[in-house]
Design a protein around this ligand. Structure first.
Ligand code: PAF
Length: 288
């Protein structure tokens, strides 16, 4: 089946209704386009859970702050369509802004707690805008499952929360971070990096690995974070929005030494890009 691109909710629903009538399972992979191999790994995983895969492409204005990169965000629909077609995806849903936010749109969604730390602290309103559009996409497509990458681990936790709270009947599936050979987490925003910045960028992952290894050996967390920030700065990064270890399940801060499964999170600026990454850390006693 070749890729079919639709731009309206009605067209998408009509096609999905046809699949449903045949008893087929449907997976949705929400994206903002500028697709890379990380997105394709999500569609491959989606294929293992469903008979038909829908990828949405929508650069959602509501999740960008006034000084963020909404206007500059890469829009590469023909290239994205070619990638999706090659990956065997059945449908691309590429609405425009007025399809998603018609005149008189007045609804918001806010998830308490999980959204005021990490990216929520430095990008006010981001998770509200993200939660709104993901809720809309899930209700528009009503897929059996929807897939999201763990690079946006906080986003995945927020999505799991509102999907449970709002009883949206969709299985949320998280997928491991897809990395370049040198460890850099794949991201559409990596396109902003110059060649020199691209060479520096994997430092972020290496610092996370060093901290994870040392924390797993029972070292105190605070000095590891101080050293990690110094290493990131020394590599040539600009502002570090955060470098923090938090509980993997509730995102509460972790201090002292590690006692429960945790995650180390980083967001830092490099040239025009704001890069994020994260890594799981197991506490010492659960090793072996
Ligand atoms: O992760 C993203 O690309 C976006 O936040 C998402 C989930 C597609 C919502 O716009």
């Amino acid at each position: 089946m070749t890729l079919k691109t639709v731009h309206s909710v009605a067209e998408m629903r009509a096609i999905i209704a046809g699949w449903r009538a045949e008893g087929l399972r449907v997976a949705l992979v929400p994206t903002m386009g500028a697709l890379h191999q990380g997105h394709i790994s999500l569609t491959d995983l989606a294929r293992r859970h469903a008979d038909r895969v829908v990828v949405s492409i929508f650069v959602n204005p509501a999740q960008f702050g006034p000084n963020e990169d909404f206007a500059a965000y890469p829009r590469t629909l023909p290239d994205d369509q070619a990638r999706l077609d090659a990956a065997g995806v059945e449908m691309c849903f590429a609405p425009n802004v007025s399809e998603m936010y018609p005149d008189h749109f007045a609804t918001s969604i806010h998830v308490e707690g999980l959204t005021n730390v990490l990216c929520g602290a430095t990008r006010p309103g981001h998770f509200d805008g993200m939660a709104l559009i993901v809720t809309k996409l899930l209700l528009q497509a009503l897929p059996d499952c929807a897939l999201f990458g763990e690079k946006d681990y906080q986003q995945l936790m927020v999505i799991r929360r509102f999907v449970a709270d709002l009883n949206i009947p969709v299985d949320i599936i998280g997928a491991p971070i897809h990395r370049e050979a040198d460890g850099l987490a794949m991201s559409s925003r990596n396109r902003y990096l110059t060649a020199q910045e691209r060479a520096i960028a994997p430092t972020l992952h290496h610092v996370l690995q060093d901290i994870a290894t040392a924390a797993n050996r029972g070292n105190l967390i605070d000095p590891l974070i101080t050293q990690g920030k110094a290493d990131i700065k020394a590599a040539g990064f600009g502002e570090i929005d955060y470098l923090e270890i938090r509980d993997a399940e509730n995102l509460q801060p972790v201090t002292g030494t590690l006692a429960r499964p945790a995650r180390i999170f980083v967001a830092a600026r490099l040239g025009k890009a704001r890069l994020i990454d994260n890594l799981a850390i197991t506490p010492p006693q659960s090793v072996g």
